[in-house]
Design a binder for this molecule. Structure first.
Ligand code: ADP
Length: 245
């Protein structure tokens, strides 16, 4: 597919002398679904912070296609089509599923535009398309407050999709979900990757297996192992990090 690759090249982040990222290099291809795993403190959150501009690398370069993100601010990076979903859902409880998605829509709202009615119909179709994608079409008129934890997470993913991201960073999406919700989330992420790249940080290895794509294991701020879930789970260095300490 067309789209931009994400490159991290020799990225280090030093906090008060402590290296949260240590010469990390990584490429995410357009349309890829990549899981990032690793023990606590491995640098997963810092990596996401670097990509979204929340934290600046001490050394190294971050690029998204032609764009050098290294010195860009968060708003400029978001405008390039890089979206992030934090662990805790931030949907609007008092609004319906449809209204939450409508709020997230980046559409011209100029009341004088003669195209307004056309855009209105287009927007509605886009919202309906996203509701189908996230599996909440039947819940369009329900307030977010009455959705299950899993459904709220999917709604927030839908809100991000309304912004038409090229790259979506998703932080521990299945924490606290039932097995069924976890399965639905894996299928959802598999479906939405392809049209954009999706990077998922997750602890749940069964969920990572269900994603069925390339896995990167971070440890001490750098890549310890990379490949299929079977490959990394059988890598002696990964076994040592997870079990040997
Ligand atoms: P993970 O998400 O893999 O658990 P983090 O990226 O949160 O790891 O953290 C990596 C390391 O960097 C941890 O040891 C953490 O304590 C440290 N760290 C993260 N943010 C800061 C900060 N703002 N100041 C100092 N140390 C930090």
């Amino acid at each position: 597919m067309s789209g931009s690759s994400l490159y991290l090249d020799g990225v280090s982040v030093v906090f008060d002398g402590f290296r949260a990222l240590n010469n990390l290099s990584l490429i995410i291809e357009p349309g890829e679904l990549r899981a990032i795993i690793g023990p606590n403190g491995a640098g997963k959150t810092t990596m996401m912070d670097i990509v979204t501009g929340k934290t600046r690398p001490t050394t190294g370069v971050v690029r998204f296609g032609e764009h050098d993100l290294t010195r860009m601010d968060e708003a400029a990076i978001a405008n390039l089509g890089i979206g992030r979903k934090f662990q805790k859902p931030t949907v609007f409880d008092a609004l319906t599923v449809f209204e939450n998605l409508e709020l997230a829509l980046k559409a011209p709202r100029d009341p004088w535009s003669c195209l307004r009615w056309v855009l209105g119909a287009q927007s509605r179709r886009r919202i309906e398309g996203v509701m189908e994608e996230i599996g909440l079409a039947e819940r369009a008129r329900d307030r977010a407050a009455i959705l299950s934890h899993g459904q709220r997470q999917w709604l927030e993913i839908g809100m991000l999709l309304m912004q038409e991201p090229q790259l979506l960073l998703v932080d521990e999406p299945v924490a606290g979900m039932t097995d069924q919700e976890t399965e639905h989330t894996a299928a959802l992420l598999r479906r939405i990757a392809g049209q954009r790249s999706v990077v998922v940080v997750e602890h749940d290895l069964e969920f990572v297996r269900a994603l069925g794509e390339k896995v990167t294991v971070l440890c001490e701020g750098t890549v310890l192992s990379e490949g299929s879930i079977d490959h990394v789970q059988n890598d002696p260095r990964v076994i040592e990090v997870y079990l040997g300490r």
